[in-house]
Structure formats: C-alpha cells, structure tokens
Design a protein around this ligand. Sequence first.
Ligand code: PMP
Length: 318
Amino acid sequence: MGIKEAKTIWFDGEYIPWGDANVHITAHALHYGSSVFEGIRAYETPDGPAIFRLSDHIDRLFDSAKIHRIAIPFTPEQVEEACRGIIVENGLASAYLRPLVFRGAESLGVTGADCPIQIAVIAFEWGAYLGEAGLTAGVDVGVSSWSRAAPNTFPAMAKAGGNYLSSQLVANEARRHGYAEGVALDHQGYVSEGSGENIFLVKKGKLFTPPVSAAILPGLTRDTVITLARERGYSVTEDRIPREALYVADEVFFTGTAAEITPVRSVDGIPIGAHRRGAITEQIQNDFFGLFDGRTADRWGWLDRVRAARPVAMTAGK
Ligand code: PMP
C-alpha cells in the first residue's frame, strides 16, 4: 500500500512541496536509525478535522528526543501548530500525521553530535492499518520468534527509528507465516506488544494489558482504552501476561494509532473466544470511534480542532 501523496510537507519550519522534502544520502538517521517520530490521527468530526491527543503525542515526541539527547530546534507548541497547519495546507478532512525528527547530514561518526537536527511533519490519508475487515471480523496473529529488546539494551519507551528494526522482524515474520500481525514477548518471555500495537486481553469481564516494564511503547490508544474501559466500570490491570493467557482469553485486541482498536480472533492458530470480535471489544470500539462522530462526549479534551486559518512559516523557537 503506497502512501497517498499530499501537496505539502512542513520541513524545518517551512511548508514545501511534497516532492522537494528530501535529505542527502549521508544523513545520519539513514545510516544509524537516529530519528524519533510520532504517528497521530486526525479524524473527520461534525466540527471539521480534529487531531486526536495531539499534545500527548507531541509530549511523547519530546520525551523520545530527550531519551536520545536530541535537541529539537522548535517548541512543542510550534510542532503542534505545524500538525494543525499541515492539515489545513493540504485540505485534508482526516489524516495520518507523521512528525519526524532526525539527525541530518554532516558526519558519519556514530555519535551524530555534529549533525543538524531536522524536523518534518508529513500528513496523508490512511485507512485502517490492519484492514477495514479486520476491525469487525478480527485478525489472525502469531507469537513471534523475535523478542523485544531487554531493558538495558535500548529504550522501548522512546519511539525511535532504530527500534523499528525489531518491529520489522516481528511483522515480516508474521506476514510470512500468513498472519496479519505478530506479537512479541519481552526478554523474560512475557507478552509485550504487537509490532506497532499494544495488546489487551479480556478474561471473565476484566481487562489485562502488559505493563510499561514489558518493553512496550506506552501507547496513547492504550491509555485511551484504559480510561474508556474504567469509565464503563471495567477493571483494567497492567500486569505480566504469560503467552498462554492469550490462548485462553475470552477476547484479545490490539490498540494503536494506525491499528485503532483491532480485534484478534486467533493466536498461533488457536481461536480466541468465539473466534470473532468479542462483545467488550465491540463496546470499547464504539466508545472510541464515538469520540469522533459525537456519540462519546470528549470529557478529557482529547480532540484538538484544526482551525481553517492559513498556516504560516515559522522560525526555530529555541
Ligand atoms: N507499540 C508500538 C511498537 C508502536 O509502534 C505503536 C504505534 N505508535 C504502539 C505500540 C501504539 O501506540 P499509540 O497508541 O500511541 O499509537
């Protein structure tokens, strides 16, 4: 599935044509994975496009950069404004937003200390990540032979380019085995997460999900689901999950900005529950998608409305 090109990209403070947003072949990030990024969705709502949990995503972007000692040459407010602006510039009703910060071209020394820090915000239209059908029917997944990195190797909490080599191993192996997605265990053998999603299971009406210490990326959709489920009166426990607990769960689902809330109908060929989307998964999906069509009141200030004013170029804020 190719990217559906938009008109403009915000690059180092300016809106430039999509085709001009290029880097030199010696860019540090290309060689060593030295980038941090976000994936954010903007949804079409009755009041126009709204970006879901924008400030939380930008906070995580700055946290990822802090972990890797990357100084972003703009303020969080400026990056948020670029996220709103790029939607307006491209006239998008809904979008997937990809803010990307990376060490650019200057030297190929491993530290990257001399390299300029560059930043872009890309916006394009993107449908359901694991397929529209998967959202209702559920997807088939397999536990990966690749584990997540141990905590003292490289940081799982940072959403960094290099981390996604691990995700690629998991996702590509899963596709080779005919699964829609793979689930990685952590270095101790407990359930961690999908290649680009957090995972939940439901057992006897209660929800469980691996803790941050299980090498997960602390997902904002995960946090949203925990909030919505508790709001409905469900107990949600963050605890270590052995692989086989997935097999005997009543329901399993993934959460992620791209995957949204995707039910899992089988793990390693073992049917989960009734081998289709479970009732609690469906209820939480309805609450989640209801945020965007007005059925669920946004009591948390999660929707950041995009104003229709024409965006302006900016200079670095720090
Ligand atoms: N884990 C990984 C490895 C991911 O790439 C993502 C997607 N960003 C998630 C979990 C889910 O995070 P979020 O809900 O914030 O998109």
